[in-house]
Design a binder for this molecule. Structure first.
Ligand code: ATP
Length: 198
């Protein structure tokens, strides 16, 4: 039976970058955020439910209006929960379909809000990625053209790394690419050993 390994970490920790290393090692990767975005675009059911909740402005010319949605949910946790209640069950179903087609020893499921949604029980192992706060802020500022203040405000809403780490089986330090790559290969080998010796 294929094992499910959760890959998580705060904004700019390097989830997608680390996932690429695992992919290159032959591990199938499911990116939950990416699939959620795709489903918000392609699923007519989600579209209608979001329009009912947020109004017509959440789609412009049929395209999901991400900046509109981000701006209204940032200060409204209840609204964010309502959006999640619409989108998450559909992503879960989509994941199950994808997972049923996999036959590798394990797959990686990239989830930004794994602990925040109390989803630990869904995983055989959990990997948390960390990097010094200043480096993460710098990387996101460059990637998303955001100010330091904006990135800090997002970080302030996330669970601190220390709390993620104590609930994880493995931690990958992503301060440098070299360190992250060797950490990832080591952890891949450990997971394969754990699976093979079970
Ligand atoms: P988010 O939670 O915002 O989706 P993430 O955790 O998936 O982010 P990435 O997108 O992988 O993080 O990385 C954030 C940015 O930092 C990207 O532009 C990526 O190219 C860069 N980056 C990640 N790791 C490193 C590294 N070790 N060295 C240099 N740049 C890096």
């Amino acid at each position: 039976m294929t094992k499910i390994v959760g890959l998580t970490g705060g904004i700019g920790s390097g989830k997608t970058t680390v996932a690429k290393i695992f992919k290159s090692l032959g591990v199938p990767v499911y990116n939950s955020d990416e699939e959620a975005k795709l489903l918000m675009q392609s699923s007519e059911v989600i579209k209608q439910e979001l329009i009912q909740l947020l109004g017509k402005e959440c789609y412009t010319d049929g395209q999901l209006n991400r900046s509109f949605i981000s701006s209204i949910v940032f200060e409204d946790a209840v609204l964010l929960e309502k959006i999640n209640a619409i989108v998450h069950p559909k992503v879960a179903t989509h994941f199950e379909q994808w997972f049923s087609q996999q036959n590798a020893p394990y797959i990686i499921k990239e989830v930004a809000i794994l602990f925040e949604t109390k989803s630990q029980h869904l995983f055989d192992f959990i990997i948390t990625i960390t990097a010094p706060l200043e480096i993460r802020i710098q990387r996101v500022m460059e990637r998303d053209q955001k100010t330091k203040k904006e990135v800090q405000a997002i970080i302030d809403k996330q669970l601190p790394d220390s709390e993620k780490i104590i609930q994880s089986n493995f931690v990958i330090n992503n301060t440098t690419l070299l360190e992250m790559e060797s950490n990832s290969i080591l952890i891949h080998n450990k997971i394969m050993n754990l699976i093979n010796n079970h």
